[in-house]
Design a protein around this ligand. Sequence first.
Ligand code: AMP
Length: 280
Amino acid sequence: MHITAEITMMRQLRADSAGQTWGFVPTMGYLHQGHIALVHRARAENDWVAASIFVNPLQFAPTEDLSSYPRNLQRDVEMLVDAGVDVLFTPNDALMYPPGFQTQVMVTAVSQPLEGASRPTHFQGVATVVAKLFNIVQPTRAYFGQKDAQQTLVLRQMVRDLNFNLELIVCPTVREADGLAMSSRNAYLSPEQRHAAPVLYRALSQAQTAYTQGERNAATLRQLCQHAIATEPLARLDYISVADPSSLAELEQVGPAGALVSTAVYFGKTRLIDNVILGD
Ligand code: AMP
């Protein structure tokens, strides 16, 4: 595996195989099996696979966990080698945001609810760094996780609106045995909080079961989730949403387009998100 922190080197490696397909998995590192599932899919579908590790300061608010975000490059490298990655791109802040940097990418409507309401500058930071990474790596296909459902919608919109010449592929959420969605931020949880955290998926699963049994009223589905989360004293609900899976507009009834049921929950200072899709 080539490891490079240089944009020029990344571009050179890409240019050397111009006629071949490249799959790309952008990450913030501290990898887990959710990231590795994206790499496996990219490996299966492309001649070359690139991954990136960059903890993007632009997507963290000043109050958030940028400085404490978990890092372990050596372990990440081992996991990526095992998963068959060809190139790992690890730029630093100065290279990505040199003095004088002043362009940002803002995706409007779909960035605003849910995560955007709780983290107002987050998706602008995400869209900006992913646009830069797409321009540097120039992948044929880019792989993202359903765990960050709104992120996939924001980036899909950006790809369409800015005519990026690539296919964006969304892969299913990988979970721990007890249902907790894998996340680098799970490392922040105390043993008690870790024990409590599967309540997110339990709550979402209750909505899914009710939907399967015929419930279509969105308020009822939201309430079911709210009650489930309220049973866990360590959990503090940020939001629970039953929304149109494309526009993210909150629903009154779940119609033929189905719904995205998503939630954000605090355990102490740690904020976890998860979601399920209703419909097929
Ligand atoms: P991150 O390093 O958290 O920015 O995540 C990098 C990519 O991995 C994003 O596309 C995430 O959606 C994806 N990802 C994170 N956790 C999971 C998971 N549990 N299952 C599938 N994909 C995931």
